[in-house]
Design a protein. Structure first.
Length: 268
């Protein structure tokens, strides 16, 4: 049985869709997992666009509203990577348990189901939370985003959906940014991935190609592979020579998320 993973935040523009698309693609392409990614942003969807899919025979709303069986909404992007898009015209989804009902039977066919959440606090995000076995909260290194991340963590705890950890996105390595320690302390949640602000991410979107395929050596691609390898429970070695040397010679100088991933796997 596959696992469902919700990628959430209650702020737009933080990187939920980028993480879902790119981590999903890395899981399928680099680690050979059978992956389904689902657009859970029913009112402002754009997950499928990351893959150049604009024309759908059926969408998640058709399944949620019982117009078609959920299998008809599945688009096969590649052998291992399937996508359920959402329709851009919004149709009110009032039953927040319905997404879970639709996705449960699909777990038999996939190793991992990733759900790209809406930031909509009281509505659509609940559908993602209820349908997810575990959650990752996407955040960034500024106070406004941190304040919403604290709220997202609180909400997930209230709903009793386990939060696996944080993905800190768009880091710039500037001294004014919140540190990983500060973010962990404020949210009481482990950082399990750090993705730099990388122009290759934007370039990849313009080519409707996952960044790990468009620019495999880009820093963002390597960090995305690390997160995917953690989710897939597979080995992955940072191919950047400088990083390999650093971890060999300066064992104390390893970034927080690298250590957290190891600790978290030992605890599983
Ligand atoms: N690590 C990154 N580096 C550069 N740009 C990024 C990165 N992550 C996301 N973006 C860009 O930021 C914008 C918002 O990202 P998106 O994934 O749509 O956020 P959300 O789904 O949380 O609203 C998009 O233009 C996306 O290409
Ligand atoms: Mg989005």
């Amino acid at each position: 049985m596959g696992k469902s993973i919700g990628i959430i935040s209650i702020k737009g523009g933080v990187g939920k869709t980028s993480c879902t698309a790119n981590i999903g693609a890395a899981l399928a392409n680099q680690f050979g997992k059978k992956v389904l990614i689902v657009d859970g942003n029913f009112s402002a969807p754009n997950l499928a666009m990351h893959f150049g899919i604009f024309d759908y025979q059926a969408t998640i709303q058709d399944a949620l509203l019982r117009k078609t069986p959920v299998q008809r909404s599945i688009h096969k992007f590649s052998e291992n990577l399937h996508i359920i898009p959402a329709a851009s015209e919004s149709r009110a989804i009032t039953d927040h348990y319905r997404l879970n009902e639709c996705l449960q039977p699909l777990k038999e066919f996939y190793d991992l189901i990733l759900i790209d959440s809406s930031p909509n606090l009281h509505g659509e995000i609940l559908s993602t939370m209820i349908a997810s076995d575990e959650l990752y909260v996407v955040t960034s290194t500024d106070y406004p985003t941190l304040s919403t991340t604290i709220k997202a963590v609180k909400l997930a705890k209230e709903r009793r959906t386990p939060i696996k950890g944080l993905i800190v996105n768009k880091t710039r390595g500037k001294s004014f940014e919140l540190s990983l320690d500060e973010i962990e302390e404020a949210t009481e949640t482990m950082v399990l991935g750090v993705i730099p602000d990388d122009i290759k991410m934007l370039e990849a979107v313009s080519k409707t190609t996952p960044v790990t395929s468009h620019a495999p050596k880009a820093n963002a691609s390597i960090e995305i592979n690390k997160i995917a390898s953690y989710m897939a429970d597979e080995e992955y070695k940072d191919p950047r020579l400088l990083n390999r040397l650093k971890s060999f010679f300066f064992k104390g100088d390893v970034r927080k998320d690298e250590i957290n991933r190891v600790i978290s796997k030992q605890e599983e």
